[in-house]
Design a protein around this ligand. Structure first.
Ligand SMILES: *Cc1c(COP(=O)(O)O)cnc(C)c1O
Length: 411
């Protein structure tokens, strides 16, 4: 009898359970591209999905598998596939599961590059509708008979909107629609989308899971809640080879990872694995720092608006409190018109002017001029992004140093 261990204990001892050589505490970095077998039958069985094993590292590698297993445990899922980036995970999953004629319903509040790749899919003929999913009625109104997938994020970046996560989950379950939830902003430490009946969970491992801004990676996790047997887009050949519960992930691994080729390198997988060991500690600290800063900004006369789910004034504050362990490490602020945006940012000496989020260091970026610049003014307005918005990804520095840096810059 084993009882389920805690979040961090599970991660720290995960590699040892696979019994790496010499009693190593980390799964080694396996750089082999290909894997050889004495009996050709073993190789054939691996190709035909009859046996687990490795054939070619584009579609599976032991170092990457060790990381996939950690993400599965963190997300309370049944299996995970890792990719070279979060964007590779998102685009390959859609490529693997969706066909021409299918409809995708996506939240209007999306990470800029996700919105951009969805636009490319539309240019290729996919039917995609963007909807303000903070209202379940809006979502219901846009569902069509051809809707195969709904895509949302947990806390939207940069304006921190939170969509009707639970109600959309119920709707997807009722209608047999794939519910794809990007959990990057909350991370599996704050929230498991399986709790709102998600089918597939996306994580950009680059962000909080890796946590140190030193490796790119992404993942998709199957929660085990979706019945893939009746999903019409599953390749016939897989149906005779694998159990019904792994049909979705088999298709994503073969058609999404193997064919599209967005493979995570074993070196990056190792960095991300080591980073993940301290996710809980870093997240606690980042969330506490963020809460303290949001409170400070909220009562500062030179700050016009603070976007942070931890503030009572946030429209979905109650939902965030109910669903998430803490309110996250990301916030956005708008300055009083009398302050020059760039001058303010240049006065910050500790906080780094940089893109990325979920780093150990606090990062600041003017949103409309950079990460959401390409979208244009009209789409930015639709997404609730003003020209004076600054996104802050709060790190794990000592809070007094962060407060001091902002106090000086605000003059
Ligand atoms: C960064 C990010 C991604 C993309 O991840 P990469 O690893 O940078 O490709 C996807 N979704 C969200 C919410 C993100 O913040």
């Amino acid at each position: 009898m084993t009882t389920k261990r805690g979040f961090t204990t599970t991660l720290l001892h995960s590699d040892r359970l696979g019994k790496p050589e010499h009693g190593a505490l980390h799964q080694p970095i396996h750089t082999a591209v290909t894997w050889g077998y004495d009996d050709v039958q073993d190789l054939v069985d691996i190709f035909q999905n009859k046996k687990k094993g490795y054939a070619y590292s584009r579609q599976g590698n032991p170092t990457v598998s060790a990381l996939e297993s950690k993400v599965t445990q963190m997300e309370n899922g049944i299996s995970t596939i890792a990719f070279s980036t979060g964007m590779a995970a998102i685009s390959a999953t859609i490529l693997a599961l969706i066909k021409h004629g299918d409809h995708i319903l996506a939240s209007s509040y999306l990470f800029g590059n996700t919105r951009s790749v969805f636009q490319s899919f539309m240019d290729m003929g996919l039917d995609i509708t963007f909807v303000d999913a903070t209202s379940i009625d809006n979502v219901k109104n846009e569902i069509k008979p051809s809707t195969k997938l709904i895509f949302v994020e947990t806390i939207a970046n940069p304006a921190t909107q939170i969509v009707e996560l639970e109600k959309i989950g119920d709707l997807c379950q009722e209608k047999g629609i794939i519910y794809m939830v990007d959990n990057t902003m909350t991370s599996p430490y704050l929230f498991n989308p399986v709790n709102v009946k998600a089918t597939l969970v996306i994580n950009s491992l680059t962000k909080y899971i890796g946590g140190h801004g030193n490796a790119l990676g992404g993942s998709v996790t199957d929660t085990g809640l979706f019945n893939w047997t009746n999903f019409p887009n599953i390749f016939e050949g897989f149906k005779t080879q694998v159990k019904p519960e792994v049909l979705g992930m088999t298709q994503i691994r073969k058609k999404g990872l193997r064919d599209a080729g967005g493979t995570l390198s074993p070196e990056a997988a190792h960095s991300l694995s080591v980073g993940s060991e301290t996710l809980a500690l870093r997240m606690e600290r980042a969330c506490n720092n963020a809460f303290a800063l949001a409170t400070f900004f909220n009562s500062h006369p030179m700050i016009k608006k603070v976007y942070y789910p931890g503030l009572e004034s946030h429209p979905q504050h109650a939902m965030a409190g109910k669903l998430f362990l803490k309110y996250g490490g990301l916030m956005s602020i708008e300055l009083d018109e009398s302050i020059d945006l760039f001058a303010f940012l240049n006065k910050l000496k500790l906080v780094v002017k940089s893109s990325n989020l979920g780093d150990t260091r606090t990062l600041a970026i003017p949103v409309a001029h950079t990460i959401f610049n390409e979208l244009g003014a009209e789409k930015r307005a639709e997404m609730g992004i003003s020209d004076s918005m600054i996104r802050l990804s709060i790190g794990i520095e000592d809070i007094d140093d962060l407060l001091q840096d902002f106090k000086v810059a605000l003059g």
